[in-house]
Design a protein around this ligand. Sequence first.
Ligand SMILES: Nc1ncnc2c1ncn2[C@@H]1O[C@H](COP(=O)(O)OP(=O)(O)OP(=O)(O)O)[C@@H](O)[C@H]1O
Length: 845
Amino acid sequence: MAPKRKAGAASGRPSKRTASGISTPVSVSEDQDFSMGSESDPEDHDVTSKYDKTVEKFSIASSAKKQPPREGHDAASHLFTSLRDLSGEELKPDHHLRPIWLNATSGKVVLETFSPSFKQAQTFLINIAEPQSRTTHMHEYKINSHSLFAAVSVGLTEQDIIRDLELFSKSKLPESIKDYIHRNTQSFGKVRLVLKHNRYYIESSDPSVLQRLLKDPVIAPCRVEETDELRTDVAPKMGQLVISGTKEAAGVREAQAQVARQVKRPEDDDESDDEYGGRELEQDMTDLLRDEDDDEEIDQVHSFEIDGTKIQQVQERCNVELGLPLTEEYDFRNDDMNATLDIDLRPNVQIRYYQEHALSKMFGNGRARSGIIVLPCGAGKTLVGITAACTVKKSAIVLCTSAMSVVQWKEEFKKWSNINPDDIAIFTSGEKEKLNHKAGIIICTYSMVTQNTRRAHDSQLIMDFITSREWGLMVLDEVHVVPAEMFRRVTSKIKTHSKLGLTATLLREDDKIKDLNFLIGPKLYEANWLQLSEEGHIARVQCAEVWCPMTTEFYTEYMNAAGNVNKQFLLSTMNPRKFQACQFLINFHEKRGDKIIVFSDNVYALKKYAEGMTKPYIYGDTSQRERELVLANFQMNEAVSTVFLSEIGDTSLDLPEATCLIQVSSHYGSRRQEAQRLGRILRAKRRNDEGFNAFFYSLVSKDTNEMFYSAKRQAFLVDQGYAFKVITHLNGIDKMPNLHFSTQQERMSLLTDVLLQNETAGDVEDIKDDLFSDRNVARNRGRKALVKRQAGTLSSLAGGESMAYMEYARGSKTNKELAKQRNQFFRKEDRAKERRKKATASMLD
Ligand SMILES: Nc1ncnc2c1ncn2[C@@H]1O[C@H](COP(=O)(O)OP(=O)(O)OP(=O)(O)O)[C@@H](O)[C@H]1O
């Protein structure tokens, strides 16, 4: 079995992943190179070390028993003693039927995927715990206060959670876990943030909670009313589980049938009469699958009004500091104030079961809950957003990261729904459309609505329209890349009843992701990548890390450059053996009929590789026309099977022809970049061909820092169940004709060229990982940098977008001046570009 890789264990000892996804230590001699990455890593998922680390952070109860490793045993086996589970509790007699191991100290839950009740347990766990790792045989989840908040916000009660955990757990649920669940659920769902008649209210059925809030020094000044009295209204009755936008769609029936087919009762082969006997288990499983239709009717609700401009202060105070999260639910079916939008899914639309499932988390009680839905790249987040709009049937605002994305959303709305095209407007720097009817959909870029500077007249009119009215739904696309500060501006300016965040990787290296919890809402659903690929919704991918030994001369220089990160980076990227591996793999996959994308973050390397192999390449400076030409050829010309891309191609590139990725240089340890790059081949057109596999290779120079970063980068994908095969030798490479750098002279000449490069040649391309294409963004973000480069989406490479690469100079005052400066810059570059263009065009002929 190929080893699954990740950074070294926090203990400082190297580790490797087994098929079960549990890390076990390996000896240094067995896996020597892993020791490079063995420094303490906060993201490490090594089971044993993480238990130790989380003891202080996550103390369900200090009384929880913790088993010390037994002498003479490895670090993990004591966790799996025959009669006890991770919590130290005795196993139930029918534990083999129950799929969950629980650790009472850390909140970690290990789920066996081979258990007969795996599917039911997975459905339950996704609601109450954060998935940490989902490999073939074992899943790891973690119960924490956020996940319990999400559970309560999708309608589960403390009793539901405890009962079902008890049901699936191999041992009796420790009291400490019950206490923890009790403590963390009792305050959830107690207070709600409600928008009524364009004004915000804090609402609760328990007036004492509101009185407590009104004594809080942060919240009290946010109240707008003079009187001390609370408002009291009759509480609305909660509805049934219905996704009205989908109820007519054939896909819903299919999805329900599919879910029903998947749900199998655990084998009733254990007739024991104890309290967890087989029959009772079956009964409990049946209960588990019940509709959430037993919501209690609430007689009265109490509320007080708060200042709309201080919403975030109140949210942050309640969610983060008071542990009393504000839930946001929109009773859209009883909203008579806002006009109804005539929109439904087209009758032939088939919603996939996981899309349906995700939406049921949002609309499970007949209201629209705000929160985030996480689906892998290419799994169909757009349709989820559209179905949400069809369900709410009120005006909706969709926020995207680029102008091209805005256009794509508009097209998708027209494709999947029956909306009158006049009821969709787009608002970007290039297009400013108005809504003509009372209700409609407006799609815009984040940058357009968050711009702080003076706007053009037409733009200001639209902005006034957006901010002066109530919206039923706000869809926030790609929530993981948008800075939290931008969300703050969006959510404070636009009054919306519900928010839906969409993303593929709820990952940020800057640790800002937790802000999304109160700015948007809890994570409502996260799909299982491996499961979707097994089902053919996204492509199956073989991932491999190819270890390329450094040539002696390159390694000597690498060691001499200790402390000079850029130089070392360039030497390891330009390692001739890596170049050869890349050449070999391209040759191999082109012969198989694959279409290949080669990624290099470093522009010097990108050009050297691509020009050396006479392949087309695109990076930030490539002109729009040239991009179009290269991509069109890649898609349609059989003679062009490989394209080299810089970091600019990481996201939103929609090239379903691509079936193979090769990564020669990348952005240090970014897990998100790795996942996004993988996303480029997940939507491969050929994914449902029999036996089809896409390929993802990371070329790594052996015994260099690249090995450490590579392991870190893979952590997210390993946690999604992807196995990275390590290839130490490419069979047949030695016999390959025309292999570059096969003579000492060629290698020395390359080395001389690399050493002659100045420091900055070792930089990764300076393109920020946001995708904003409106020029306003640069100004919005301040002018700290003298020159700021900014990427457009790769979809912009396809030609629809006016901007993909811009430069802004500090101190420039007007757009005109900016344009002039850009023009001057580009004029200087023109001649050089013209030469490049001719070379590429002649190559493509
Ligand atoms: N239920 C469905 N039935 C048929 N096709 C679907 C369905 N859902 C999504 N698709 C198709 O899957 C493809 C990917 O969808 P979409 O672009 O929404 O993915 P995504 O999750 O937004 O991906 P990315 O994160 O890469 O942008 C599209 O071609 C879309 O039409």
